[in-house]
Design a protein. Structure first.
Length: 314
């Protein structure tokens, strides 16, 4: 692809903290106008990778190029091309949205008519123009998230980094944020999106990378990832049960002995040479089978296949 289409390029990017390697050596390219999802369990290195890409944390090795500017040698130009919307809200609660945006806009070096125009545009994208003069402390969590997004747009960045932008918001606010993201993509903005909500990434992202233990373990479109890591494009067998709690527990134990899992009254196991022995084992527990079907491979299936099911902490 032409070099001018590459908005973010990470080459061998890594970070060590003493004797611990947080990020090994990341190679990644984001192209103009795409929404790129970055996923991984707790402690996978996502936040450290984003922090290095934005110049917040110095890298131990490797390099970062943003909109053609090397972060190490042309830091000011590279950082001007980034809009970072952090997971933690960065707002002044006693000020209004307009006052917050005026303050942040001046930090970006904007003033006068240009700043006024950018503020109005950011308020429109966030759908907050009607509340532009109200104190932020009176806003719902979803409104604050939208204002947080607006603050990252004022300087019209080439690359917008959204770190968990919908944490704690209601469905309506989440939908407004999605609409704003699509508007920005339509303008040609490149968006790096991190989330723990798989359905969000499936709905929004053109491509996805999954990190684990400081490395990217897979990347591509969701269809590509499902085909490569989703059990041959399927998702295994799904069995919905009926019966008392003891029977469901016995059925879950029977399936677990064959490598299956349970989610409430639904059992899931991967395809094998024959399903009949597993079905017979379920029926022998006294649980009644309501439904048997194929489970479609999705991003969660791929994620668990690549990173495992064990709980991790950073």
């Amino acid at each position: 692809m032409p070099a001018t289409d590459i908005v973010l390029e990470l080459v061998g990017l890594g970070k060590d903290y003493g004797g611990r390697t947080a990020v090994r050596a990341i190679d990644l390219q984001l192209v103009r106008g795409e929404i790129f999802g970055l996923l991984g369990p707790n402690g996978a290195g996502k936040t450290t990778t984003i922090s290095m890409a934005c110049g917040i944390v110095p890298a131990t090795r490797g390099r970062v190029r943003i909109a053609g500017h090397d972060l190490a040698t042309h830091a000011s130009a590279a950082k001007r091309a980034i809009g970072l919307v952090p997971q933690d809200l960065a707002l002044y609660e006693e000020l209004s949205p307009r006052q917050n945006l005026a303050f942040f806009g001046q930090l970006y070096g904007l003033s006068g008519a240009q700043l006024a125009r950018r503020i109005e545009d950011a308020l429109a994208v966030a759908e907050l123009a009607a509340r532009a003069e109200d104190p932020v402390r009176t806003f719902s969590g979803g409104m604050k998230r939208r204002l947080n997004l607006a603050a990252g747009l004022l300087h019209e960045p080439t690359l917008l980094v959204l770190d968990e932008p919908t944490v704690g918001v209601d469905p309506q606010s989440r939908r407004h944020i999605f609409q704003a993201i699509r508007v920005l993509q339509g303008r040609g903005m490149t968006i790096l999106y991190t989330s723990h909500y798989m359905e969000e990434v499936e709905e929004l992202c053109d491509r996805v990378a999954i990190m684990d233990a400081g490395a990217i373990v897979a990347s591509g479109t969701i269809a590509e990832l499902c085909a490569q890591h989703g059990g041959g494009g399927g998702g295994g067998v799904e069995v919905e049960l009926d019966g008392d709690a003891a029977a469901l527990d016995r059925a879950a134990d029977a399936v677990a002995a064959r490598g299956g899992t349970r989610a409430n009254a639904v059992l899931h196991f991967e395809p094998g040479p024959a399903y009949a022995p597993t079905i017979a084992a379920i029926e022998a527990t006294g649980a009644r089978i309501k439904r048997i079907g194929a489970r479609r491979a999705d991003l969660e299936t791929v994620f668990l296949a690549l990173t495992g099911r064990a709980l991790r902490d950073a």
